[in-house]
Design a protein around this ligand. Sequence first.
Ligand code: ADP
Ligand code: MG
Length: 587
Amino acid sequence: MSKIHVLTPEVSNKIAAGEVVENPASVVKELIENAVDAGATSITAEIKNGGVSYIRITDNGFGMSAEDAKTAFTRHATSKISTAEDLEEIATLGFRGEALASIAAVSNIALMTKSAEGEGVALTLSGGNITDEQAAGCPNGTTVAVRDLFFNTPARMKFLKTDKTETARVTDIVERLILGNPRIALKYITDGKERLFYGGGGDLKACVYSVYGRDYANGVLPLSRGQNNVAVSGFAGKAELARGNRSFQSIFLNGRYVKNRALTYAAEAAYNHTLMSGKFPFFVLHLDVPRGSVDVNVHPTKQEVKFANERAVCDEVYWAVKSALQSGADTLRREIQTPAKHGFSVPSLAEPHRQLPLTASGGAVQLPVFAALAEEGEANPDVSEPTAQTSAPQDFSRGYRVAGQFFDTYIAVETGEKIILIDQHAAHERMIFERLVKAANEHTVAAQTLLSPAAVTLSPKEYGVLRENLEVFAELGFEIEEFGNNSILVRQTPEAVGEEGLKALIEELIEKIGKPGAAMTERRAAMLESVSCKAAVKGGSRLHESEITALIDDVLSTDGVSTCPHGRPLMVDLTKRELEKRFKRIV
Ligand code: ADP
Ligand code: MG
């Protein structure tokens, strides 16, 4: 345990100063951070009335001597740094020696503390002045109880919100502290009720379970990467865990919860084209970088940080999340036990859709076994009696069995212990998009020459935008000639795009490329989305069985995708267990 001293003005003047006690949540944050810095392995946080009337933090850390306990409430008193150089390599969450002094100044405090070496002491303070000091028999560690926050500063009291809102703010802080310190057990009590409990032990997934519950713990993918002096670990949520705001995202840098736009965007970029717009992914990221390469002394609440090499750290974050998402998709495929890749191509719209020979009745695709029976001249078996299959064994040689196409839109696949339903348009669109992105980057988009060029008349504004971006259109496989009078001639289109609906597509692409304020990469991606959507087989179209298997094989052999480019899911599944439950075979 190190001794507390008051920093010299020379050092304290170099500290990013500012008010750290804004509301009960900031008090809870400072007190729990002190407990973490004191090496606690177990912390209890309790609040009443949103923390306004009562906050108590108990830890089993290394405590303080009676003398240190008194010094701790002096401004700029800290045991964590001594010299200005120490500011370059901060290893603790606190370092300014301001929190206890600031909290004490605006509340009534009772502190009990005991170090392993010394006697316990109990101090009472009001408005920053010590009003009582007594020897106390207490376990090693520290308990700080803060009552009547802002009792002597009514102006600040006015800025407090309802107890409910203040409680929510404290809860948010406590949740981040759990996620940021997996080694430490934490119990959180609000108005007498236990609200959160995490048992400690260093298991970040168990932290996710304690804070967000089972669905989140089951829906996260582990990530870990360590290169270029940056270690990234943690969990990225699958796309379906995305929320309408960023509150389910946490980034910790060397154990400190930070808000950093560049890091957030880097993590979100790994989800590009897998989330609906307005949805934000779930993640908990722990970054570790050499202490000297990050400055935490730039903001009073220490949530903002400055990096020596922000770009490199962002790259590592991007790749850590991206590979986690890809391996998540791989897991799904392993479950499906895909056989060796077949190298099927995506069926293109240019290829005329043959009617499935098995669907003369116009209903869903018949199960292959019934078709086989029909071919043998038997009457169509009663569908309600599937045991009539004198059950040639089902063909699972591809690792799955196509159970049929429903509503001319969804493909049902039986595999292992589940049925997967695939949205044919979303899946096909995604496959085409993946291929187009790659081809566009490599300038190898396959194109087709139209039998006769298509003339399209545009508005003067559209015509102007198109003329400025003819090169981008060429990259996508369009050959377009200016025809005068705001008209163009389209001689060639991307392979899967036919002449039908071409004018509408061109107009849509012009709108995407001309979108004001958007980055070029974003505009190009939006164009690729439009082309993919146009080229993909529509819902409501009957598919040939070979087209169905080609599409499924393709979906199963493509890495890291579970949604269409607009973020709609490609597939949903129904497990045998779920069916058994619904039919009450099991309860
Ligand atoms: P800082 O954390 O920036 O040093 P604080 O005002 O929060 O400043 O705390 C002042 C000092 O009091 C700390 O440096 C530490 O030595 C001591 N201290 C505060 N809380 C605890 C605690 N829970 N256990 C042990 N020591 C503590
Ligand atoms: Mg502190």
